[in-house]
Design a protein around this ligand. Structure first.
Ligand code: SAH
Length: 401
């Protein structure tokens, strides 16, 4: 279904965000709905005087009532539209020149690639797609056909199991959507390092692709060679494997998931490394850090890469306390001159706020902290200027004395 089934008029004075090309239109800005658009249908957005502003897709179940796709009245949202946006995303990724050292990266970063609600990641010969909204759900067959045509993958896995789907009134879907099923553990390469990835069962689409550049930055040989490295929230090894590749003397991986740590250990072997000195600790990161503090253990470099702490505005204060505690604990385990790489992937916590939290942790820990590098998501996760929400990952590489 590509035809427009409704027209929405905005309240007077509420057109600014649409004119500024923010892709979300909230329910509070809408004065009237004409026609009977169903969830996922295409609608036109008009200003208070009936003038065309944009075209998007509608969902009455979500506070984000419309996600905007085009600001051009003459642009049809047909198969050619979806194909064109996907082709453009492909060109932009090719320009990043990630292959062949890196075989897994993000192809489509939703709103930031002009495709609200759609995420597509490439893992070797397979694609993983996530449909997050009713509008993408309605176009899924068109999109799957275009993905097959443009990238010719062996198979496409659908991981439409993100929590945000609930807000859209959509069920959880986890399936092979087309072609072959991937092997249970698919081996991909990131900057020449091998990682086993479980596309149907792993976190997100299987791997934290957004940290690729940060893994490189944090584990430069001059930072890690012959050093002890504590990889907190290790998942399947990520930063720790890079640290090994760059000469770390000993790496300790901490994660609450046994399965993730088992895969981390397997990944080390898969790269041909023999590392009897390394440790894999399953447990709660806060408890493990407290234990190290109580036993006066130190590490030369610590990475803190926790899961998202703030899921809604209500969570922000509690999330900040969590980040502060975590960083306060970690700062106390570093010798003078030690390095802390600390991250937040909570979109609701800005880099400024995160820096303030870190400041509070440093003061309370009685340590001087220098930021030596600011870190963000990789270039395959672009940030659209008209959609600052697309910037969600922030981090600091700090020297502590
Ligand atoms: N640094 C990883 C990604 C980390 S994702 C990489 O580079 O790939 C966050 C991880 O935190 C997940 O693996 C999750 O299992 C783990 N986790 C969540 N809560 C935790 C807790 N309280 N203690 C320890 N690990 C936790």
């Amino acid at each position: 279904m590509h035809s427009i089934t409704g027209q929405l008029s905005l309240k007077p004075g509420r057109e600014k965000s649409v004119l500024n090309r923010h892709p979300w239109l909230f329910s509070g800005a809408i004065a009237r709905v004409e026609g009977e658009p169903q969830p996922g249908d295409l609608v036109q957005v008009l200003d208070g005087n009936g003038r065309f502003l944009a075209t998007g897709y509608f969902n009455p179940h979500s506070q984000i009532r419309v996600r905007l796709l085009s600001w051009d009245a003459d642009e049809l949202i047909d198969d050619g539209f979806w194909n064109g946006r996907l082709q453009q995303a492909k060109r932009h990724r090719q320009q990043l020149n990630l292959e062949p050292a890196t075989t897994a990266y993000r192809l489509v970063h939703a709103e930031a690639d002009g495709l609200p609600g759609l995420i597509v990641d490439k893992y070797g010969d397979f694609l993983v797609m996530q449909s997050l909204t009713a509008g993408i759900e309605a176009q899924k067959e068109t999109i799957l056909a275009a993905l097959n045509q443009i990238w010719q993958p062996k198979g496409i896995v659908e991981r439409s199991d993100a929590d945000v789907r609930q807000k859209e009134g959509l069920p959880v879907i986890n399936r092979v959507a087309s072609g072959e099923a991937p092997p249970e553990t698919l081996v991909i390469q990131e900057n020449g390092i091998q990682f086993g990835v479980n596309l149907l069962g792993g976190h997100k689409s299987g791997f934290y692709l957004d940290q690729r550049e940060n893994r490189t930055a944090v584990t430069q040989p001059h930072h890690v060679a012959n050093k002890t490295f504590l990889n907190v929230f290790a998942y399947t090894g990520g930063f720790g494997l890079y640290a090994i590749a760059n000469g770390a003397q000993q790496v300790t991986h901490v994660d609450s998931s046994y399965d993730a740590l088992a895969l981390a250990e397997q990944n080390v072997g898969c790269n041909g490394w023999k590392r009897p000195q390394d440790e894999y600790l399953a447990g709660d990161a806060f408890e493990v850090l407290r234990h190290y503090r109580d036993t006066n253990q130190t590490f030369d470099i610590i990475v803190l890469d926790p899961p998202k702490f703030a899921h809604s505005q209500r969570d922000v204060e509690r999330a900040c306390r969590g980040y502060k505690d975590l960083n306060w604990l970690a700062l106390r385990l570093l010798p003078p001159g030690g390095l802390l790489a600390t991250f937040s992937c909570s979109g609701l916590i800005s880099a400024d706020l995160f820096q303030k939290v870190l400041f509070g942790a440093a003061v309370d820990a009685g340590r001087q902290v220098q930021i030596i590098q600011t870190l963000t998501q990789g270039p395959d996760h672009p940030v659209l200027l008209t959609f600052p929400e697309s910037a969600y990952l922030k981090g600091f590489l700090c020297r502590v004395w």
